[in-house]
Design a protein around this ligand. Structure first.
Ligand code: KIV
Ligand code: ZN
Length: 519
């Protein structure tokens, strides 16, 4: 922890606002792995979910509260008693805890969404903060849609909630409406108004592609907490990307001077890969900092310049974000020791059992693939540590000659110690495989999304398949991952993994909608 600097707290909301990205829902094990990585990254506050939204969110926040020690664990809560109670109970085991409560403050939200008068909104906010203080010392209050709220009203409600005990005041640009200079002016005025009475936080959405710029202008004008997500995940166009904010502050010391964060930037790339692997949402290749091309120099002139003197075209070093461009490649002859060292270098902390299982999978892969690069290993290990109980296990898959006749698949699956084999046809091979798995398992999945990607280069690259499947129309889709040299096997594994994930979370899966009622 940096003490003699002017620290901007990093509040990560990947597990809450990030999870609101379409298709980004995660199971509890996956959330726990991300929370552990966020702690390693050095984020000050982890918003682990919205406890009242579903039993699944509640469970994930409670388990994270029991595991994370260095970062503060936070739950979101609307300004209503039942939400605050759930949030307080969910974070109760955390060493450092916070409740984050919010209510909308813009005229349009108060009139049409809340149907409340401004006075009623202030009363609700004050009651919420006071009630939250009965569970935790550290309470954050957000003026939802502050970006479109009136300054006079913001000052009124902020004074009231600080008086009630809020220690952090968050100013969200909920709909991503503000321009950077406007955001800066708003924060400057509020900063003068609030003074030392509370920390000012910002939470910027990216609807106009300005979330990071708006966050940075806010920091320059007095905000000392920034809410952001890994890879910029989040509702609609997403939230401000953590990696971009942190690297801008680090790289432009001439502008940010003594301002710093507690982030260990070498953990940025591992965090980005983990989140992309788990959610199946890859950052665009040209995404700043963590995109595949962010440190790649394609043009000859650039390459020549970089070879002569790196700083000619590079303002940051790949190593600073934990991307090792000279990484040792493993292969068939690499032993357990080399594998263990590589796992350590990639930042994974595996117990003996996990290490053995990951090594077994590595050996199987090395038999088929000549060079195993870091991304292959990241993928293998992530699928090992986030695995759910294998209620159903794919044992064998045989597909028909795809060039002729009706596509068909024969599948063998193990369930409760027994192997069952069946065969079926479909409109295509994937359809045949998934339909056959449905018949054997007795579950009927609706495929909402299917993605396949090569983990690395080469014809022998590992195929990563991510599927999104709905097994119960009253519940949200679950995500399944499958990895194999063979795309069809990876697809079958991904589908079975989605089914296992659904079965492990069935009881706690949130109903399709988050709380919708006006408060
Ligand atoms: O965007 C927003 O306003 C939010 C609040 C709940 C902080 O996510
Ligand atoms: Zn938000």
């Amino acid at each position: 922890m940096n003490t003699d600097k002017d620290i901007v707290k990093i509040f990560d909301t990947t597990l809450r606002d990030g999870e609101q990205s379409p298709g980004a829902s995660m199971n509890t094990e996956e959330k726990i792995q991300i929370a552990k990585q966020l702690e390693k990254l050095g984020v000050d506050i982890i918003e682990a979910g919205f406890a009242a939204a579903s039993p699944g969110d509640f469970e994930a926040i409670s388990r994270i509260s029991n595991i994370v020690e260095k970062s503060r664990v936070c739950s979101l809560a609307r300004a209503v008693e039942k939400d605050i109670k759930a949030a307080g109970e969910a974070v109760s085991a955390a060493k450092l805890k916070r409740i984050h409560t919010f209510i909308a403050t813009s005229p349009i939200h108060m009139e049409y969404k809340l149907r409340m008068s401004p006075d009623e909104v202030i009363r609700r906010a004050v009651d919420a903060v006071k009630y939250a203080k009965t569970f935790v010392d550290d309470v954050e209050f957000s003026c939802e849609d502050a970006g479109r709220s009136e300054m006079g009203f913001l000052k009124e409600i902020i004074s009231a909630v600080i008086e009630a005990g809020a220690g952090t005041i968050n100013i969200p640009d909920t709909v991503g409406y503000r321009l950077p200079h406007e955001m800066g002016e708003m924060i400057k005025e509020l900063s003068g108004f609030i003074g030392e009475k509370a920390v000012i936080s910002v939470h910027c959405h990216n609807d106009l592609g300005l979330a990071v710029a708006n966050s940075l202008y806010s920091v320059l004008n007095g905000a000392r907490q920034v809410e952001c997500t890994i890879n910029g995940l989040g509702e609609r166009a997403g939230n401000a990307a953590l990696e971009e904010i942190v690297m801008a502050i680090k790289t432009r010391k001439d502008i940010f001077k003594d301002i710093d964060t507690n982030i260990n930037t070498k953990e940025i790339y591992p965090a980005s890969r983990l989140v992309a692997t788990i959610t199946g949402i890859e950052p665009q290749p040209n995404k700043a900092i963590v995109g595949k091309n962010a440190f790649a120099h394609e043009s000859g002139i650039h390459q020549d310049g970089v070879l002569k003197h790196k700083e000619t075209y590079e303002i940051m070093r790949a190593e600073d974000i934990g991307l090792d461009t000279n990484a040792i490649v493993l292969g068939k002859h690499s032993g357990r020791h080399a594998f263990k060292e590589k796992i350590k270098a990639l930042g994974f902390d595996l117990n003996e059992d996990e290490l053995n299982k990951a090594f077994e999978r590595f050996k199987m892969l090395a038999d088929k693939k000549k060079e195993i690069v870091d991304d292959d290993i990241r993928m293998l290990v992530t699928s090992e540590i986030t695995s759910v109980p294998e209620t159903f296990k794919l044992v064998r898959l045989q597909i028909s000659d795809c060039s002729e006749g009706v596509p068909s698949a024969a599948v063998t699956i193990e369930h409760e110690g027994e192997q069952k084999t069946d065969a079926g046809i479909g409109d295509g091979t994937i359809d045949a495989i998934f339909k056959t798995i449905d018949r054997i398992s007795g579950y009927n999945g609706t495929l909402n999304d299917y993605k396949v990607e090569a983990v690395s280069k080469g014809k022998d690259a590992l195929a990563k398949v991510v599927v999104k499947v709905v097994f119960d129309q009253t519940k949200p889709a679950v995500i399944g991952h499958g990895l194999s040299i063979d795309t069809m096997i990876a697809s079958a594994k991904a589908y079975v993994n989605a089914l296992n994930s659904y079965l492990s979370m069935k009881e706690v899966l949130k109903t399709k909608e988050r709380p919708q009622e006006n408060i």
